[in-house]
Design a protein around this ligand. Sequence first.
Ligand SMILES: [Fe+2]
Ligand SMILES: [Fe+2]
Ligand SMILES: [Fe+2]
Ligand SMILES: [Fe+2]
Length: 400
Amino acid sequence: MTFNPLQERGIPLDKQLRNWRELNVTPTDPDHADPYTRCRIITMNGIEVEAILFSHQLARHCPDLELKQHLARVRYIEAQQQKVVNWLLPGLASVLETTIAYEQVAVDLTAWVARMEPDPYLQQAYQFGVLEDFDHLYRYANLYEMIEHRKAEKIVDNLTEVMPGRPTYLHHRDPVDNVREPYDKSSAAPISKLHALTIMSAEQQTMNFYMNVGPTYMEPIARQLYQEIGLIEEEHVTHYESLVDPGESWWEMLLNHEYNECYLYHSFMETESDPKVKNIWELHLNMELEHLRLAAELFKKHDGRDPEQVCAPELPQPVTFEPNKAYLRELIATQIDYTTLGTGYVQDAHERFEKMQEALMGGEKAPSERVIDDNRAKSGEEYRLQTEGDHPVHSLQMQR
Ligand SMILES: [Fe+2]
Ligand SMILES: [Fe+2]
Ligand SMILES: [Fe+2]
Ligand SMILES: [Fe+2]
């Protein structure tokens, strides 16, 4: 069934405001919810936060009072959507449990996007990044076992493996080498624009989360690990945001943001297993259809172009949370030793990379290495969840 969001009618903007009772959603059950329902909630929170931040940036560049007022109205609804979505998370989960869920999102969402991305340069960017978040999951899972005495399989539920990817300490590159070439807005496939926005938003939310929750820990190793991985998420935001063509006008960017919100709510409505959560995805889709219509009007007025010229004529295949184990093992086996040089990729540690490493490490082991050593010492062995056999790289197989 084809679905063209530009042709659909949503809920009129003045009917979108919700009262306290409607905003007060029942959170999902932490013990029985589908882990991928939690992943969809986290993804949509990242998307709504980006909708809010993008609209604020646009408003700050907008001298027209009436336009600013219009942006404020839509943005208030985005803010209500963000509250509803993020408040689906149960209060019982610890910060570290939420962290592990964030990295599970980064792994399975980015792997899915990499599999579906038609442009080889963009696909390489996702393949490169996913091996790093995959390793973050392993580092945090060891921290979790060490300080909360619980196992990450309680959170990822065997859907995502937990084992080394590209080792975290090797993610610290010279910032210059984190900037990629953008796609070309006039020739890129619409799906490529949506992919870039989605992953950029997810990484931005992870960066924001770690920079705020990191110092809430008492344990020195936890504080240090969040600092280290927080800095890598900054690199990831730089990496993914640079894929977006900066030549898009503000109105074209707004249009792409609203279209992407429609795409993702529709995707999650189609694939959601929890009926109560599904109802929220459906309601929000109907709100976004109206946001998209309004953005399309602004685009026509200010850019003098037709939205059909830049948007997909129908929604692409739904974004799906599903295991990507074989795909990730293949990437680990072939791309684990990649780093970046300028806007491309190389397999050797080059001079600029070595210089950054030396300056940052200061002759010490990184927190991401120490957390594994410490957990081995404390729990007898490090934590892994390898459901598909031994690690594909011989030197990274479990040492006992
Ligand atoms: Fe929204
Ligand atoms: Fe990460
Ligand atoms: Fe990341
Ligand atoms: Fe929206």
